[in-house]
Design a protein. Sequence first.
Length: 341
Amino acid sequence: MMKNGMKNMLRMSSVLAIGLLAACGNTASEADSSAATNESEQEQVYIGILQLTTHPALDQITEGILDELAAAGYVDGENATIDFQNAQGDQANMKSIAESFVSHDADIMIGVATPAAQALKNASDEIPVILGAVQDPVGAGLVESLEAPGSNATGLSNRTPSNEQMALIKQFLPDATTIGVMYTTAEDNAIISGQRAEQAAADLGFEVVTKTITTTNDIAQAAESLAKEVDAIYVPNDNVIASGMATLVDAADAFGIPVFPAADTMVKDGGVATFAPSQYGMGTQIGQIAVDILKGADPATYPVQLVKENSVYINQAKVDELKLTIPEEVKADAVFVELAE
């Protein structure tokens, strides 16, 4: 890449400068000191991390990324500058943050959630972009294929295990006939995840009632409308609804309708159960990919990874509150979470 070539030229210039200083009478200790300083500068990397907004799922992903980078030796203020920025869901913020990373000549840029990754990819076709939790990298226009991304972007696809999640609902509610699916039309990842959930529910014989929203202000009304028509409400990976999960759960609780979300953190926020990856675990996997790219792997040929491990997460307090029964076949291996305060 042009950027890497420029860095190599700078390194060569630095080495020549050290040699000239030595020739002009620098002491051995001075030369050693200069070389050590130069080596430190060469090792310094700039990592830009752009998170779409604030909610527990994305926060835990970012935490996992940072921990994995640190475990690999990339520590902010030591041999790395880690510039973490939260766009708070604002498209203009994402664009300006992405441009700032580019102006700082970042070594890599990590986008946590699809819109953040898209903003980074739009800002540069040269700096490696790590996709952090993107439902459909191909559909979002970020890679040519999962196996061969083809440009400067690669990372992790957190494609929702919709079939398994619907099967879990069937286990909890064997007599249920109608499932409500709710998602926002403001994000590509939510639309894709929601549509996959609709198909998975229909394949299991559920009648599907769908309500879509555009902002968190729509959640209460859409949830109340669904709760009057369905036996359970399913929420896919959706950053808008995740930010307003408490509102959704309150509306559903008023009608005694359980909510089954796609993310483990949303179970803690009042959902009954899900089959999903750990958000923190996804973060560490994304961090591992970032480390590989920092060490020289080519994103154009580095396959997009899928989530390695899923578990059943159950909110026992919500199960008790709604007088549900946990299926014996899932209880033994389930992870039980506490209801968030």
